[in-house]
Design a protein around this ligand. Sequence first.
Ligand code: ATP
Ligand code: MG
Length: 293
Amino acid sequence: MLPQQESAPPLNYAYGDVAAPEPPTPSYPALRYQQGLALQSTDLFAPTGIPGLDEILGGGFLRGKTYLVAGEAGCGKTIFSIQFLIHGALIGEPGLYIAIDEPTNQLLRGLRLFGWDLGDLISSRRLMFLDMRTHFSKIYLRDERKHIEPRYIIEQILAAARKINAKRLVIDPIAPLVYGGKEEDVLYAREFLREMVFAIEKTGELTTIMTSEIPTGSSKLSRFGVEEFLASGIIVLGIEEIYGNVERVMYIRKARWAPVKPSKYIFDIVSGRGIVIREPLSEYIKRVSRGSR
Ligand SMILES: Nc1ncnc2c1ncn2[C@@H]1O[C@H](COP(=O)(O)OP(=O)(O)OP(=O)(O)O)[C@@H](O)[C@H]1O
Ligand SMILES: [Mg+2]
C-alpha cells in the first residue's frame, strides 16, 4: 500500500480493493467458454483497472496491442492512462509512461493533488516516467543529431521498457513525439507511427495506450489520421450536454475481438479513484427524459 499524502485526499484504493486477477486455469488450454460462445482468458486481456470498462470489453485490452485514447483537452486522457499503469503496477505488470506535453515532476505533483502518490511504485520500479521532450532537447543541445531518426526514438522507448521489464506503455500524447520538435509532413509522420507501433507490438510484451488530442469541435480522432487504423481499439473521451446536464461521456468506438458494439457510457472522474463508469448513455437518457436524475 502506498503512503498517504497529508494534503491529498486519502488514496481511495479503488486499486487496493480491485479484485485480484484470476489465477490462470491450471488445465490446458487456459480458456473458458462464456455463455457457450465467447472464448475468454485473462492471459489474453490486460485489465484496464477502470471500474466498469473491463466488463464492457470482456476483460480489458488485448495484451501486446495498441489502443488509442482520444479526446478534447481536459477530458481525462492522462488520468485514464495513469489509471491503466497503476492498475498494472499493482498486479505485477510494470508500466512505462512517456511524458511528452508536461514535465514529469509537474505531472507527478498534479497526480498527488488528485490523490495518487506514485512515489512508492516508482522507487520499487513498478512504474517509470520518461521525459521525452527533455531527452530530445539534450540531444539537440549537444547537436549530435540534427534529425532524430524514428528508429532512435523507438529504441529509446524499448530500452527504457526493458529496464523495468515493462508490460504496459503509455505515450501521452503521441503526435508531438512524431514531430520531434519540428513540423514534418503527414506521410513521414504516418510512416513513423506505423513503424513505431509495429516495433512495439513485435516485442509481444507491451500493451500500449497512445493518447491523441482532438481539437475542440473537430470530428477527427487523431492528428495524422493513421493512429486509429493502427490501434486495436479506440476510446473517445468527451463532454456532452444532455437535457441541460453537462456530463462526461466515454465512447467505445472500436475494440477488435471484444464482444462490444460501438457504445457510449457516462463516467465520472473521482479524486483518488480516477475514471469510474456510471451507466450506459442510453439508460441515462431514458432516466433523464423521464425527469429523474
Ligand atoms: N480532483 C479531481 N476531481 C474530479 N475531477 C478532476 C479532479 N482533478 C482533475 N479533474 C478533472 O480531470 C480533468 C483533467 O484530466 P486529464 O488531465 O486526464 O485530461 P487530459 O485529457 O489529459 O487533458 P489534456 O488534453 O490537457 O492533456 C480536468 O479537466 C478535471 O475536469
Ligand atoms: Mg493530458
